[in-house]
Write a protein that binds this ligand. Structure first.
Ligand code: AMP
Length: 295
């Protein structure tokens, strides 16, 4: 009984700080206790269980958890996609409060993006895959992520493998620019039917949602073929193509099999690799990936 009361008291005493001004966030970050580890989880909000796994990892790896919510206009290449990006600030705040996040940072665009002339431009990985389909996207991501790193001053930042190319580019940015932040990655969180959780899933119509598990099904089939001995990337890509193309509602943007670390395209899989896929279901662009690790 005493134990329950103790936990209840802690719960009542806990108060998440909701920060909307950059200057207020900086006021806290300039005074972080040197003996405590701070982690940052950059998000665009509309939080779901995929974000939850990142928050859990942050809590396991640090003392102070900061979740940022910023729908970054600089990373959108389609204004319609930006304008229709789902928002649920009220629920996000509740969600973070329940998860006992310490700080939620929700800056206004005008506070973050004023007359930016200096951008962070990764010159290699950004030209592949999603970077090819969405030119300028990763430049927008890197610039804002670096700004968030500078504003929040974390020792740890958590990213999801769902956006694997983004993760690799951030890892390279941290390495190349000597940013003293440890990047931790979390596996993809999926719906029971296999669809990778994404804020954009909310925009799928019922019929689009019903066909969406085909993405993960096709990746799993290719992975099974690989585990049964198929090493040719051409064969595996054809298999996915044929499986998905049975559904005229799904338009493939790209399917590539690349090296897990450097993301170079492969012909044969003899070292750890990953299938990267991007499709449109109606107007909604969804991405996914699956690791292929040779036995
Ligand atoms: P977003 O809010 O979509 O920009 O995502 C914020 C962070 O959450 C990124 O690091 C994503 O990779 C990660 N994330 C989004 N969806 C998932 C998921 N289904 N599983 C794991 N991480 C995810």
């Amino acid at each position: 009984m005493l134990k329950i009361m103790f936990f209840l008291l802690i719960k009542i005493a806990f108060k998440m700080k909701i920060i909307r001004l950059l200057s207020e966030m900086q006021a806290y970050s300039s005074k972080w206790d040197k003996n405590k580890k701070v982690s940052l989880i950059p998000t665009m909000g509309c939080l779901h269980n995929g974000h939850l796994s990142l928050i859990k990892s942050a809590k396991n790896n640090s003392d102070i958890v900061v979740v940022s919510i910023f729908i970054n206009p600089m990373q959108f290449t389609d204004s319609d996609d930006f304008n229709k990006y789902p928002k649920s600030y009220h629920d996000d705040i509740k969600y973070c409060e329940n998860m006992e996040v310490d700080f939620i940072f929700i800056p206004e665009s005008e506070d973050i993006i004023i007359d930016i002339d200096v951008w962070v431009y990764e010159n290699k990985l950004s030209k592949l895959l999603c970077g090819k389909s969405r030119p300028g996207h990763f430049q927008g991501v890197c610039t804002i992520v670096l700004k968030l790193f500078n504003i929040v001053q974390p020792q740890i930042a958590i990213f999801g493998e769902k956006d694997l190319q983004q993760l690799r580019i951030i890892q390279k940015m941290v390495l190349d620019l000597n940013i003293p932040i440890n990047i931790i990655s979390c596996p993809i969180h999926r719906e029971p039917d296999g669809l990778a959780l994404s804020s954009r899933n909310k925009r799928l119509s019922n019929s689009e949602r019903n066909i969406s598990p085909i993405i993960y099904n096709s990746l799993s089939r290719a992975k099974n073929e690989f585990l049964n001995g198929e090493k040719s990337t051409k064969v595996l890509i054809n298999l996915i193509n044929n499986f998905i193309n049975k559904n005229p509602e799904i338009h493939i943007d790209y399917i590539k099999i690349v090296d897990l670390k450097n993301m170079n395209e492969l012909e044969k899989i003899i070292s750890p690799a990953v299938i990267m896929i991007a499709v449109f279901i109606g107007k909604i662009r969804l991405i996914d990936n699956i690791f292929l690790i040779p036995k």
